[in-house]
Design a protein around this ligand. Structure first.
Ligand code: ADP
Ligand code: MG
Ligand code: MG
Length: 208
């Protein structure tokens, strides 16, 4: 059965975020403070470094290390939120030997629950939750239907993309963008956009 390599996932996420940092920062300049690309680039680079220096074999423990690293390296909202997400994901997977389909579905559900607990955003509030919620649901549905992990991840990626696009006409109700009120309408949420990159990176981290 195929599974996700945590190191490969974080490396692919880090590379994708660094490559798109300017776009993420532009999105954040429109409705925030213009640091989202640099925040996440710095954070995920540190995650990759921390993982490279760790000999921990269990994927759950590697996810916890990744989450702790993000919290310590990123001051903006996205650091604590993704830090919580990855720490909770790691805890949910516990000492499982591999991040196979069912474990990944558990991990994403726990990640989403952690983000909602910390930031109390609901779907429709124009945040990363608008991308992470449909991605998590799509992955769970595909895994439960017995689809190969690569297909489940592809479904999750499409759902995240659609979720991120759905934030454009919304008015932000959480985070910095909410201070803009109606002026936040008409822009994609940067955190939803980076969530697409992080979910899509799963597709480049599959191993047999
Ligand atoms: P900051 O706003 O502190 O500069 P970033 O720019 O790194 O932090 O991240 C902004 C993103 O964080 C937003 O686009 C949004 O997706 C996400 N975000 C902000 N507040 C919340 C929240 N309460 N719940 C979920 N996501 C949030
Ligand atoms: Mg910002
Ligand atoms: Mg900031």
């Amino acid at each position: 059965m195929s599974a996700v390599s945590v190191n490969a996932w974080m490396e692919a996420a880090s590379a994708a975020i660094a490559a798109d940092a300017e776009r993420l920062t532009q999105l954040d300049s429109a409705i925030g403070d213009g640091d989202h690309g640099t925040n996440l680039t710095r954070g995920f680079r540190a995650v990759v470094e921390a993982l490279a220096g760790s000999e921990e074999p269990a994927p759950g423990r590697r996810l916890i290390l990744a989450g702790k690293t993000l919290v310590s390296k990123v001051g903006g909202a996205s650091g604590p939120l993704w830090g919580m997400a990855l720490r909770r994901a790691g805890r949910a997977v516990a000492d499982a030997e591999s991040l196979d389909g069912p474990a990944l579905a558990d991990a994403l559900e726990a990640a989403l629950a952690g983000v909602v607990e910390l930031g109390s955003a609901e779907p429709g509030d124009k945040t990363m939750v608008d991308a992470l919620t449909p991605a998590t649901q799509a992955l769970r549905a595909a895994v439960d239907a017995g689809q190969p992990l690569a297909d489940a991840v592809a479904a999750a990626t499409s759902a995240a993309e659609e979720g991120a696009r759905s934030t454009v006409p919304l008015q932000a109700r959480k985070g910095r963008a909410s201070y803009l009120g109606e002026r936040s309408i008409g822009h994609e949420d940067p955190g939803a956009a980076s969530t697409v990159l992080i979910i899509a990176a799963l597709g480049r981290a599959l191993e047999e």
